[in-house]
Design a binder for this molecule. Structure first.
Ligand code: SF4
Length: 481
């Protein structure tokens, strides 16, 4: 029987997936293949990033679209962040008359939870059409709509008869997965089930690459990636950030697929291979020279351009290496803690190799087969370091940071800054991070923070974290059982 992917990462059959674990990195990499990492859970949890958030973030910049959240009002909180990214992205792309994303929420309340919310959804989709006449209307489900069992498919099928817009359900109920990347998968499942459906392959465009990119990739990173690929003769169909119906319909015509993030669109690329025979490269995020090389060579091989890419890498090195070496002389030996999404954390950890820094700790939301190969590489590079498998557990993070005392924290900086540790971001949709040129910017950003720690020191002097002193002496992983 064909293995149909449900969009829930915990249910994938070809990998074990862990979301709750803490300990040494070497211990983790030895336990995982023996299947004895342990099915743990946290008996105390400080909240997870919701799957719906990732679905909304992935799609909110789609052109000529309206977004209907079939949820209570509170679920729209994530839209503020995604809308901010959308607005900044417009500005970076030269559009100074920035617009807000068009979001409608059905505002499910107590009454709807008892009597059902289908009528509200019908009205919301009709309103989306009469108000905006978009090409696409995305309907996001929520915990509430999932728990009460509203028949989203039936409502969508019924209203689709009345209006010319393509109505696309995105099944992203938060409670169904502890892995927020499942929300990205829900968005891609929606593309394949409701937009591409049984679309034929069409004529292959031999220089065209489907490049799947999460919304956290800045415009300057997008242009750097397109520059690198363009220089070896590869054109990019960039999806889904600032994408369109036309670009989605072009997907089957590409010669190959790849993604900027390792946990983004990986299941969708498998599906495209099975359905259209489109080969794909699934390597690592292009942060740092080693990863950018690996990422580029993976794609180049699909276009028979390996030799050309190798020559190109040499040329890029001649421009970038002297600057990286200069940064390395200043950053060498600095101790680093990294926290980010799975794809970004592991890619950024290898970046530290460029600057001869020392990895002392890492927080990643998920551990699976892909992570295992990356962790084995990092263990060879740095030896043992502390690994926390956690989707946003600040209480564990501050405990670890106060013990490990890194020279710099790379990742979501809020809590580390309150401890007075120099911080910088790699999940930065407004600044450069990826490719050869942007490595220099990133290195300078890290150095700047280390040399100018005053701001975070002042924050630490005036802001208090909400934990008792005794917590910092406890085992950080005390609540993982
Ligand atoms: S979908 Fe569920 S987890 Fe996500 S914001 Fe709404 S209530 Fe929270």
């Amino acid at each position: 029987m064909k293995n149909i992917y449900s969009g829930i990462r915990e249910q994938r059959r070809d990998t074990d997936t862990f979301t709750d674990w803490g300990g040494g990195s070497i211990d983790a990499s030895e336990r995982f293949p023996k299947k004895c990492l342990g099915r743990a859970d946290r008996v105390f949890s400080q909240g997870l990033q919701c799957r719906q958030t990732n679905s909304v973030m992935a799609l909110l910049s789609m052109e000529d679209s309206v977004f209907v959240l079939h949820s209570p009002l509170g679920c729209t909180g994530c839209c503020c962040m995604a809308n901010d990214w959308f607005r900044v992205g417009q500005l970076h792309r030269g559009n100074y008359a920035m617009k807000n994303a068009r979001v409608i929420v059905t505002n499910l309340d107590n009454r709807d939870i008892i009597l059902g919310g289908e009528e509200k959804l019908r009205k919301a989709i009709r309103l989306a059409y009469t108000r905006y006449q978009p090409k696409m209307i995305f309907v996001f489900t929520s915990c509430s709509s999932g728990i009460i069992g509203d028949d989203i498919e039936a409502v969508v099928a019924e209203v689709s008869e009345e209006i010319p817009s393509i109505v696309v359900p995105v099944h992203c109920e938060g409670f169904k997965s502890k892995i927020c990347a499942s929300g990205y998968d829900s968005a891609f499942l929606a593309f394949s089930q409701y937009i591409l459906k049984d679309a034929p392959k069409g004529e292959t465009e031999n220089d065209l690459l489907n490049l799947f990119a999460p919304p956290t990739v800045s415009y300057i990173d997008q242009t750097e990636i397109e520059r690198i690929l363009g220089d070896i003769g590869i054109r990019v169909n960039y999806i889904p950030f600032y994408s369109s119906l036309e670009k989605i319909r072009k997907i089957p015509n590409a010669r190959a697929s790849s993604a900027i993030c390792k946990v983004f669109a990986d299941e969708f690329m498998k599906e495209l291979y099975e359905k259209y025979g489109i080969p794909y490269s699934h390597t690592i995020m292009p942060i740092g020279t080693r990863n950018t090389d690996k990422w580029l060579l993976g794609i180049a091989a699909l276009f028979d351009k390996t030799a050309q890419a190798q020559e190109y890498i040499k040329e890029e090195y001649t421009k970038v290496r002297p600057l990286v070496e200069e940064l390395k002389s200043k950053l060498s030996g600095k101790r680093v803690f990294i926290c980010g999404g799975t794809g970004r954390s592991f890619a950024a950890a290898a970046l530290i190799d460029d600057f001869d820094m020392k990895l002392v700790g890492m927080e990643t939301p998920v551990y699976d087969n892909d992570t295992q190969s990356d962790l084995e590489y990092l263990n060879r590079l740095y030896g043992n370091f502390t690994l926390d498998i956690a989707n946003m557990m600040p209480y564990e993070q501050v405990n670890l940071l106060s013990k490990l005392k890194p020279d710099v924290f790379i990742g979501v900086p809020v809590w580390a800054a309150k401890l007075g540790i120099p911080t910088t971001h790699i999940l930065d949709i407004k600044r450069p991070t990826m490719g050869y040129r942007n490595l220099v910017y990133l290195g300078n950003k890290i150095l700047y923070q280390i040399e100018n720690p005053g701001f975070n020191k002042k924050i630490a002097a005036h802001a208090r974290l909400p934990y008792k002193k005794s917590w910092y002496d406890e085992d950080a992983f005390k609540y993982i059982k």
